[in-house]
Every structure is written in C-alpha cells, then in structure tokens.
Write a protein that binds this ligand. Structure first.
Ligand code: GLN
Length: 188
C-alpha cells in the first residue's frame, strides 16, 4: 500500500506541505480530527503559530493521540511552529507542546528586525548542493540532548535536527520547491 502522510491542518502552512508531498509522488491527508489519524504512515506539523496550534490540538482532541503515536514511533516532521510543538523545553513559555524531542527552543529567536530571511544551509544528510532555506519569524534550537542528531546549523544555531522518529526544521522546506528534506523524512 502506498504511504499516506497526514498533514496537521488546524492552522498554518499545511497546503504547501501537501503540494510538496504530491510533488514527491506521495499521497497526503489533512488532519483535523482524531479519526483521520488512523492508517497514516507519518505526520507533518506545519509552521504557523505554535500557541494556536497547541491550543487547537487540545480543543480538537488530537493532542494525546498524536503524543501516543509519536511515542510509539510514528515519524513526525515539525517545521517552524511544528518544531516548537516537538520541543521538550520552550524558553520562557509554558504553552502546550508534545515534547517528543529532547531539545530546548527559543521562539522568534532571530529577532524582530530580521522577521524573515533566506540563506543557504549545508546539510550533509541530504548532500550537495546547499539547501535554500526560508526562515519566517523562526525559532532555533538552543540546546539538544545526547540522543539528538544535529543535521544543520545556521552559524552556531541549530536549525535542523533529528531524534529517532522525529525531525524538526526551524525553516520552511515546503516553500522552496527543493524536495530533499521531505524525501529524507519520507525515508525515515
Ligand atoms: N513564530 C511562530 C511561533 O512561535 C513560528 C513561525 C512559523 O511557524 N513560521 O509559533
């Protein structure tokens, strides 16, 4: 059976992920209700507003189910606000988070004066050429436990990391047409 990837569709950039998955030749399904999680092979948590996504996950009864599936090994890819949802620790915030990754994140960490920017990242796990990354009010990872594999940095800041079945990007790989990070996730 072909893999069907769930894309959390409560808020944020889910359509862009669905389009990217279609370009990768993979079927996807928007997730708004717990029953829609049944039978998915992996899950993407898109960018948006992490406080809103966290609250909606609880309001829609998705929070505990996704947490359980993540603990059982479902591959989950969080981008930007989705990365924040995966973090165990969010600096200065007690907002809801799944906490599946042993990472500490700082929200809006690049500062107001650089709301959004693009840069080329070296990501050995996907090879050459470098990856054009779009950052939008992005977080970054300030600390990572021993079980976390750092996949990319921007300067000294960790912006792409993996821990077992979870992958987290501070930027938006669904926006640039480069499929390599989605394909990396699909192989997880
Ligand atoms: N700044 C947002 C947050 O903290 C994340 C931004 C994004 O997902 N593009 O939730």
């Amino acid at each position: 059976m072909a893999a069907k990837v769930g894309v959390l569709a409560l808020q944020g950039a889910f359509q862009e992920h669905q389009k990217m998955l279609a370009d990768c030749g993979v079927e996807s399904r928007p997730i708004r209700k717990p029953e829609e999680l049944k039978g998915i092979s992996s899950l993407i948590i898109p960018g948006g507003e992490s406080t809103t996504i966290g609250k909606l996950l609880q309001d829609f009864g998705l929070f505990d189910v996704i947490l359980q599936m993540g603990r059982e090994g479902l591959p989950i890819f969080g981008t930007c606000a989705g990365l924040i949802m995966l973090a165990g620790e969010i600096a200065g915030s007690r907002q809801p988070r799944l906490g599946l990754m042993d990472i500490t994140v700082e929200r809006n960490a690049f500062g107001r004066q650089v709301d959004s920017f693009e840069t080329d990242l070296e990501i050995p796990a996907i090879g050459q050429p470098s990856f054009r990354a779009v950052f939008i009010r992005a977080p970054y990872i300030t600390g990572a436990g021993a079980g976390v594999e750092v996949l990319a940095r921007h300067g000294d800041k960790i912006v792409l990391a993996r821990q077992d079945n979870c992958l987290a990007a501070a930027f938006h790989p669904e926006l640039t047409g480069d499929r390599r990070i989605h394909n990396y996730f699909l192989r997880m």
